[in-house]
Write a protein that binds this ligand. Structure first.
Ligand SMILES: CC(C)(COP(=O)(O)OP(=O)(O)OC[C@H]1O[C@@H](n2cnc3c(N)ncnc32)[C@H](O)[C@@H]1OP(=O)(O)O)[C@@H](O)C(=O)NCCC(=O)NCCS
Length: 234
C-alpha cells in the first residue's frame, strides 16, 4: 500500500476526528474523554474543537497524518509531544480540568486521565523525550502498515534528536510497539469500579530507550553547546 506520513493541518481536523472515533469505537477511555453520541456530527465537532484548542495552546504537540497515496484519504494519525528540553516539574504535576462533562462521566474521565498523567510524572520528570500520546488508524484500514509508518516517523525524529520515546499502550497497540523495540516499564490499572466496567483495564507504560551510540552523541552535542556558550562569554 502506498502510504504517506505528513504533518496534519488544522483543516484536517474533521478527518482526524473521523479516524479517531472509528479507531476508538466503544473504548471506555475515549467515551469518557469525548462523551455524547459518537456517531453524531456535533459530538465529533466538539471533540475537534477541543483538540484544536489544545494544539494551539501547546507548542510541544506534533500531529502527523497517514494518507493513502492512491485515494488521498486520511486513514490514521499520531499525536506526539516533543519535550526536547527538560519539562518543568510543575507541568508534569498539572492535572487538566475535566470541564467538558459533569457527574459520573467526569469522575470516570478523571480516573483515566489522572492515572495517565500521574504515571507520566512518575517516570518522565527530568527526562527530555518524545511522547506518543495518541495513535489511531481507521477500522477499515488497520493491518496495512499505517500504524507502523506513523510510529516510524517519530522513531526517526527521536533518533535524529537523540531522544528516547515513551507511550502508554492499549492491548491493541502493544504488539506493534513491542515489535518496534519498546519495552514495558510499568502498568496503568484502571479498576473496574472506577469506570463502571466489569474488568480492570491495563495500559502498558512503554519506553524505547536511547541507543548507547545516541547517548554518546547527545552528551557530545551538549558539550559542544556549552563550549559555544562559554566562548561567547569570553
Ligand atoms: C493499534 C493500531 C494503531 C495499529 O495500527 P495498524 O495500522 O493496524 O498497524 P500496522 O498495520 O502497522 O500493524 C503492524 C503490526 O502490529 C501488530 N498488530 C497491529 N494490530 C494488531 C492487532 N489488533 N492484534 C495483534 N497484532 C497487531 C502486527 O504485528 C502488525 O503486523 P502484521 O499486520 O504484519 O501482523 C490500530 O489497531 C488502532 O488504531 N487501534 C485502535 C486504537 C488504539 O488502540 N490505538 C493504540 C493506542 S496505544
Amino acid at each position: 500500500m502506498d502510504l504517506k506520513v505528513d504533518p496534519a493541518q488544522e483543516a484536517d481536523m474533521d478527518d482526524l476526528m473521523d479516524v479517531q472515533f472509528s479507531a476508538f469505537d466503544k473504548d471506555p477511555y475515549h467515551e469518557a474523554l469525548y462523551p455524547g453520541d459518537p456517531a453524531s456530527a456535533e459530538t465529533r465537532k466538539a471533540a475537534g474543537r477541543r483538540t484544536l484548542e489544545e494544539w494551539r495552546a501547546d507548542p510541544s504537540i506534533r500531529f502527523m497524518k497517514c494518507t493513502d497515496g492512491q485515494t488521498g484519504q486520511i486513514i490514521g494519525y499520531a499525536k506526539w509531544n516533543l519535550y526536547e528540553a527538560e519539562r518543568p516539574k510543575e507541568e508534569w504535576a498539572h492535572r487538566p480540568d475535566v470541564d467538558w462533562c459533569s457527574g459520573r462521566t467526569k469522575e470516570i474521565a478523571e480516573s483515566f486521565l489522572y492515572a495517565t498523567v500521574a504515571m507520566r510524572e512518575k517516570h518522565w520528570v527530568g527526562m527530555p523525550h518524545l511522547l506518543l500520546s495518541i495513535l489511531c488508524v481507521h477500522q477499515g484500514h488497520q493491518r496495512k502498515g499505517a500504524g507502523t509508518s506513523l510510529v516510524g516517523w517519530g522513531l526517526r525524529l527521536a533518533e535524529g534528536l537523540h531522544l528516547p520515546v515513551s507511550l502508554e499502550a492499549s492491548l491493541a497497540g502493544f504488539p506493534l510497539y513491542s515489535s518496534l523495540g519498546f519495552h514495558q516499564v510499568d502498568t496503568i490499572i484502571i479498576k473496574a469500579i472506577d469506570w463502571d466496567g466489569n474488568y480492570d483495564r491495563h495500559y502498558a507504560v512503554m519506553l524505547k530507550p536511547l541507543e548507547e551510540s545516541s547517548l554518546v552523541k547527545r552528551a557530545s552535542a551538549q558539550t559542544e553547546e556549552l563550549e559555544a556558550d562559554s566562548s561567547k562569554l569570553n
